[in-house]
Ligand binder design. Sequence first.
Ligand SMILES: Cc1cc2nc3c(=O)[nH]c(=O)nc-3n(C[C@H](O)[C@H](O)[C@H](O)COP(=O)(O)OP(=O)(O)OC[C@H]3O[C@@H](n4cnc5c(N)ncnc54)[C@H](O)[C@@H]3O)c2cc1C
Length: 183
Amino acid sequence: MLVGADVVRTAGLPALGRQEQPLGEVDGGFRLAMRTLDLFRPSVGASVIGMAQAALDAAVAHASNRQAFGRPIREFQAVSHQLAEMATRLEAARALVYAAAEAYDRGDQRVARRSAMAKLFATETAQQVIDAAIQVHGAVALERGHLLEHLYREVRAPRIYEGTSEIQREIIARDLFRQAAKD
Ligand SMILES: Cc1cc2nc3c(=O)[nH]c(=O)nc-3n(C[C@H](O)[C@H](O)[C@H](O)COP(=O)(O)OP(=O)(O)OC[C@H]3O[C@@H](n4cnc5c(N)ncnc54)[C@H](O)[C@@H]3O)c2cc1C
């Protein structure tokens, strides 16, 4: 069913649903779910940053070892500039994820917006970085079982779960308008 994601079956939890053991406040379920997403979205960002960092490391190593036209391919500016771009975007994504995690820990009022930005930017960036790492590798990265072939499949789902990229943009835009109405 899924593009490369490893799935596990879900199971019912018999302890849930007992009236004497509510999870959180009664009638506070939606708020609780939203607060949980504020935490999970930076976590998704952190996980894809790990994937993208692995892809960047692999690309740097490959570009240093792979020879073409008598030299390592990292000596071609078309390759080295791609690596620089990947590293820069990844660093920006990491900074947004740290900022959202710090906002969550601090109980910041704007955490929903920060978490949405972190998830949106990190997942979209990770996909770009992994795609670029494949380009630097050439055909070898497309072989089944190659690290990048695996990452290319794994990085797709995070743009969908915990709220799609479109929903993150909705959250950010709504917060912008809310803020503008206050100012
Ligand atoms: C690997 C994986 C694990 C998952 N784990 C869980 C889980 O543990 N628990 C759980 O509850 N769910 C889980 N999901 C489901 C996930 O949350 C949904 O797939 C996701 O919310 C999108 O819903 P959908 O697939 O029904 O797409 P749809 O809601 O049908 O969306 C289809 C498209 O329409 C766009 N769209 C929809 N509504 C709007 C809107 N209002 N504004 C703009 N664009 C919109 C979406 O962005 C998307 O591009 C998981 C999904 C995956 C892939």
